[in-house]
Ligand binder design. Structure first.
Ligand SMILES: *Cc1c(COP(=O)(O)O)cnc(C)c1O
Length: 397
């Protein structure tokens, strides 16, 4: 069993703050600063350019990818780090479309994060081959997986409601009609157990600054199923995805397997911060995380529903159908969230009316959940949100 008291002690959590926004940006692992300092001084500082060989910077994207693979049920050697999630969505989608040249439909749902949809739109325009982005309600995805579909582009956990798609069933359905699947694990990796290999997923992508605590702008990851690894054509054919980058050939030849999904120079410093976060992930299992996550989200729902009748639950009540977040709808949700933040309870707001709270077992415990619910109760009961200063929208909500 994971020692969650120990894992909590390994994060820097500001005094007086209950941090329920680790689903958006995880907190700072205490060891990250020393690790960054070591990479800067001992590697960048002393080794200079020889660090690419001596400090293993060149292998870092696959070495770190293997540590992520363990958390998402991927085969070792089939995950690589780099770029941002939006870029990795584009890459995976382009490769998948290339493998289904006779089909024109990309199927997604209205619960998907807009960047995924925007990247699909942009790709369709660049390809200029009349692809169609078909966006249906989350509940209607299964019924819309027809033999017109080239690829499904689905985010497993809905960023607003926390609703969880059935990855295995939808992947089976897609394969039954000859479609491929791209799964976005932005709100899955480090939040809920997932078995990419067992579910027979084709492509998966995700970010590392949310539940995985890699820090703002931490690099994304991409998974390509072993059966596609030697066939997938990388649309973003950068030199570090080339089979022999230092041969400096004039033509592109894709690298072996997942290496071809690399694009350019890896973010060595950002990956070092992520590695110190992954050291904490080595102390737990996704099954332990899931059990505690369900206990925390269930407790929060129970406490808030008992105390705050004006809030309505937007997250599935059945724990099996939700990720690791809880959302409530409230007409004045933005102001109420600002009032909460002023009291040290940090969650976030998603338009039009969703107050969103992330539950992250590595550093949130039952006492935090109860304290947060008590403060929320005070704000609701005494209309403390009804204050002009809480109603002015900031750039990032
Ligand atoms: C957070 C998130 C993103 C963000 O993409 P970046 O390129 O990392 O900014 C994209 N898609 C989903 C589903 C997300 O949840």
């Amino acid at each position: 069993m994971t020692d969650f008291r120990k894992t909590k002690s390994l994060f820097h959590l500001p005094e007086g703050v209950i941090y329920l926004d680790g689903n958006s940006l995880g907190p700072l692992p205490k060891a990250a600063a020393a690790r960054m300092d070591q990479v800067m001084q001992d590697e960048w500082g002393e080794m200079l350019i020889t660090g690419w060989n001596k400090a293993g910077w060149m292998e870092q994207p696959t070495r770190v990818g293997d540590r992520i693979a363990r958390l998402i049920g991927a085969e070792p050697g089939h995950v690589v780090m780099g770029d941002t999630l939006s870029i990795k969505v584009y890459q995976a989608l382009a490769s998948a479309l290339d493998m289904r040249p006779d089909r024109k439909v990309i199927l997604s749902d209205s619960g998907n994060f807009p960047s995924d949809l925007y990247m699909a739109e942009g790709l369709i325009k660049s390809l200029g081959r009349d692809h169609e982005l078909r966006v249906v309600a989350p509940e209607d995805v299964a019924a819309n997986i027809t033999d017109e579909v080239a690829v499904t582009l689905i985010t497993e956990v809905d960023y607003r409601t926390g609703r969880l798609h059935d990855m295995k069933r939808l992947t089976e359905k897609a394969h039954a009609v000859g479609a491929l699947t791209v799964w976005d694990l932005a709100h899955t990796a480090g939040a809920t157990p997932v078995d990419l290999s067992g579910a027979n997923v084709d492509f998966a992508v995700g970010c590392t600054y949310k539940y995985l605590n890699g820090g703002p702008g931490a690099p994304a990851f991409i998974y390509v199923a072993p059966r596609h690894a030697a066939a997938a054509r990388p649309a973003l054919s950068g030199w570090l995805g080339h089979d022999a980058p230092f041969a400096f050939e004039l033509g592109y030849r894709p690298g072996a397997g997942i290496e071809r999904m690399r694009v350019g120079t890896p973010p060595v410093l950002a990956l070092a911060a992520l590695e110190s976060a992954l050291d904490i992930w080595d102390m737990t299992t996704m099954d332990d995380i899931r059990a505690k996550s369900i206990a925390l989200t269930s407790l929060f729902i129970e406490e808030v529903e008992a105390r705050c009748p004006d809030l309505s639950l937007a997250t599935p009540r059945d724990p099996a159908q939700r990720g690791s977040q809880v959302s409530f709808r409230f007409e004045h949700g933005y102001a109420a969230m600002q009032a909460l933040i002023a009291r040290g309870v940090i969650g976030d707001f998603r338009a039009p009316d969703i107050m969103r709270f992330g539950f992250t077992p590595l550093y949130i415990d039952e006492a935090d959940v109860i304290a947060a619910a008590e403060i929320l109760h005070d704000i609701m009961q005494n209309r403390l949100w009804d204050h002009p200063e809480y109603k002015a929208r900031a750039r990032v909500t």
